[in-house]
Design a protein around this ligand. Structure first.
Ligand code: ATP
Length: 388
């Protein structure tokens, strides 16, 4: 069981009377890789800045190792930050950029010898895979290499926590993927806590032990990447973390939910009888079958080849779903679908209900859109009700 390191209790942040972080409670464990994920303006950078000591919360407590640190300035916290704009010193080479943190620390707390500085810098350059680059001019490095220098410089003081503010935001897609793996490896090698901020859900899922999904200055969900993806708590989280079809449903009883007037088996329990709910169905959890075998039937309005699979837009009674399949489905064809109970996830209604999960506008992005007809009688005739 990991030990608690940082605790935010009822942290609220207001700028000019406007609340941008609302009573946040968050516990971060020692050695955890935690990512604050959310859209622009949701308050994730403000949370990071509160932990770093760059801003003081309007109310609430920040504790480190059980000690309240609201009034402790950034340089006295066992925390270092890597920014999206690396802020390297252009007139110093790689070695001196990394050594800088140690040289300024020298006067204050520790008096490191030249040999000790050399050992620590070389150790950090090895951790970020930049051995042999020590004499290079930083302006001659690629974006990814500059980012590694920034990480080495932040780690060389041996902080207990590394704060990463959109560290991969300036890199192109390919490099970003490489650096995701690198950051995971560096985290393991260092054995300290990493707190990362991003709006990129794929990055959050790929790197983190724990993902904190935020919106409107509030935490929506905290969990492992798997839990956040498979069991989102509301339509916002479901939509933000990957593609999802989100439809209205009614919970008939434990393990049975009704969608489009049909009953589907699911694994969810503990809702009220006949409680209105939001139902999430991920595009990859829908199987395409013959019309006669389908739990629902619909009309294909668009098919796009994506390499690994096709993105197929299917119209069910005017509601468009995204289905990902390796089967080719021509436009205008009628298809049946099947969904296993574990492909259905039921959520409580929330302030986000009805706002996400319809692919009508998605299909409009394509040039050739089939205009699916609404055929209630035909639907009713073709669809076999699935009785649990
Ligand atoms: P982004 O991904 O765009 O950086 P974010 O989720 O990190 O977004 P924050 O930077 O935490 O969001 O900002 C949250 C809100 O607080 C925004 O509306 C922002 O304009 C506001 N804000 C942040 N810092 C200040 C400040 N110093 N003064 C006034 N408003 C601020």
């Amino acid at each position: 069981m990991s030990k608690e390191l940082i605790r935010l209790t009822q942290c609220t942040m207001a700028f000019d009377g406007e609340v941008v972080l609302n009573s946040m409670n968050l516990v971060i464990n020692d050695k955890e890789f935690l990512t604050l994920l959310g859209p622009s303006g949701c308050g994730k950078t403000t949370t990071l800045r509160i932990i770093g000591g760059f801003v003081t919360p309007t109310s609430g407590d920040v504790c480190f190792d059980g000690v309240r640190i609201n009034d402790v300035p950034p340089h006295k916290r066992a925390v270092n930050t890597v920014f999206q704009k690396y802020a390297l010193f252009p007139h110093l080479n790689v070695y001196e950029n990394v050594a800088f943190g140690l040289r300024i620390a020298r006067g204050k707390n520790s008096r490191l010898s030249k040999a000790e500085i050399d050992e620590r810098v070389m150790e950090m350059l090895a951790v970020v895979s930049l051995k042999g680059f020590e004499h290079r001019d930083v302006s001659s490095l690629s974006g990814g290499q500059q980012q590694r220098v920034a990480i080495a410089r932040a780690l060389v003081n041996r902080p207990k926590v590394l704060l990463l503010d959109e560290p991969l935001g300036a890199l192109d897609m390919r490099l970003r993927k490489d650096m995701q793996n690198e950051l995971k490896r560096i985290h393991e090698a260092m054995g300290i806590t990493f707190i990362n901020v991003t709006h990129d859900q794929e990055e959050a899922l790929a790197m983190s032990d724990t993902v904190v999904v935020m919106d409107g200055g509030e935490i929506q969900q905290i969990g492992s990447p798997e839990a956040i993806y498979n069991e989102p708590v509301n339509a916002f989280v479901a939509d933000f973390i990957g593609e999802s079809n989100i439809v209205d449903g009614t919970m008939i009883s434990d393990g049975v939910v009704e969608i489009f007037g049909r009953k589907f088996k699911c694994l969810d329990k503990g809702f009220g009888e006949n409680e209105p709910v939001d139902v999430v169905i991920r595009p990859e959890d829908v199987d395409i079958v013959n019309v006669k075998d389908g739990m629902l039937t619909g009309t294909v309005t668009n098919t796009t080849f994506k390499g690994v699979h096709y993105d197929v837009i299917v119209d069910f009674k005017g509601f468009k779903w995204l289905i990902q399949t390796t089967d080719f489905c021509p436009i205008d064809s009628r298809i049946g679908i099947k969904i296993d109970p574990d492909g259905i996830h039921v959520m409580k209604k929330s302030q986000y209900s009805g706002m996400f999960g319809d692919y009508s506008s998605y299909s409009a992005e394509y040039d050739d859109i089939g205009d699916a007809e609404y055929m209630p009688e035909e639907e009713t005739a073709e669809v076999e009700s699935y009785e649990a």
